[in-house]
Each structure stands twice: as C-alpha cells, then as structure tokens.
Design a protein around this ligand. Sequence first.
Ligand code: PGA
Length: 253
Amino acid sequence: MRKKIVAGNWKMNKNVTDAQQLMIQLLRYKNNNATNCEVWIAPPALYLTMAKDVFDKGQVGVFSQDMSAYESGAYTGEISADMLQSIDAKGSLIGHSERRQYHNETDAQCNVKVKLALDKGLIPVYCNGETLEQRKAGQHFDVVKTQTETALFTLTADEIKKVVIAYEPVWAIGTGETATPEQAQEIHAHIRNIIAAKYGQDVADEISILYGGSVKPDNAKEIFSQPDIDGGLIGGAALKLEDFSKIIEGFNA
Ligand code: PGA
C-alpha cells in the first residue's frame, strides 16, 4: 500500500521564534492525535536542524525545500544532499514551480537532483505541473508527461518506487484557486499511467502522488478521497496549526 502523506512547505516564512513555536505546536498535536497519514514539513533550510531536534523521534518527517545538483564545493548559497543526509533529514522537495520560475530550474537539473537524493538515501519529492497558459492551450497532459519522463525516467524501477511526486498546477499555487478534485484526479491517473507504461503497474501503484495548490481545510477531504491522490503538499495553509491539522484530518473517517 502506498503511503498517505500531508506535507507542509513553509517556503520563505517565519522567523526563528515563530518557526520553533509552530514546530512545538505540531509536535504536541502529533503526540495527542493519531493520524491516518504521515506528516512532513519543509521549513527554511536555516531551521532544518532545529526541526530535527524538535521531532527527535521522527514524529514529523523533515525535508528541505531544495538541494543542490552538485555534490560539494564552491557553490555559494547551496546545500548538498550529503549535508541533508548528515542531519538525518528525510528528503528534499525538488523542482518546485517557484524554483523553476525564479531560479530557472529545468527538468534536466531535477533529474540530477533526484538521482543524487536517492543515492544519499533521501526521499525526493519531485514537483511538476502546468502553467495557466499551458492548461488553456490544452497542453497539460503533454507538459506533465514530458516533465515526468525527463526528470524520472533514467531511474531504475527500485529507485522510482522511492520517489514521491507532487502534482502542483502552477495556476493553483498561492492563488486561492484549486484544481477541482476531478481535474486533479485526471492528472494523477495520467502520471500513474505514464509510469505504469514504462515500469509496470505494480511499480506505479507504489508511488505516492500528492496534490498541491491552494489545499485548505474545507477542500482537503474531497481532494484526498480521489483514488490516485495520496495526499497533499500544502503551502499557505501549513503556516498555522489550526489549518494544517484540519487538512491532516482530511484523511480521517
Ligand atoms: P499553496 O502552495 O498551498 O499556498 O497554494 C502549495 C505549494 O506551493 O507547495
């Protein structure tokens, strides 16, 4: 059975005091509530070691928001897969649309990062999704196919099984506009079919595919009830425990 996951992407939010406070609230919540999914967070890199200290028993998986495509050396500002492994992080987001948009990241780079993460025992959360223009032009199926193939299809079957995919239509991120559960399900099934065509249905069925883009307490349950949606990558609504916990509870009952 593939994993159900709710992951919070904090992006570039919160000072150290506020970050610690939210981590402690989340720890208390996890300790007091049985959840039907894994809970992961991707705080700013500066707070990763603090997150590892707070969640010292692995109550919440700790992820970075990005990692370098290089192993080590003169790459100012970057953090490496090795560094993440050395603090026992669980993995890293890779290819978030904001990295693509503001830092010109490509699927070829994502491919290198995904492989590097796997080599270090980290879980890559590979993000893809079409822009509004691409959707309006009816290109969304092709865009997502090309992204998935370019970033992931050099992997072996054993490797790709360890990847988590986050489908995040760019037009739904931070805009308040959510893909309908049907729109999301259609692309999730499409991604799973693409993987099944190359690696077989058994492999495709093991891969968790998360939906991201304006997931909120009031739409999480319906989105998560779709057969090919295995959870969510949550931005804005991950910044307050009240909202994030209700989204986690989208997997209850
Ligand atoms: P959002 O962000 O939930 O604020 O739309 C999702 C994401 O970018 O991962």
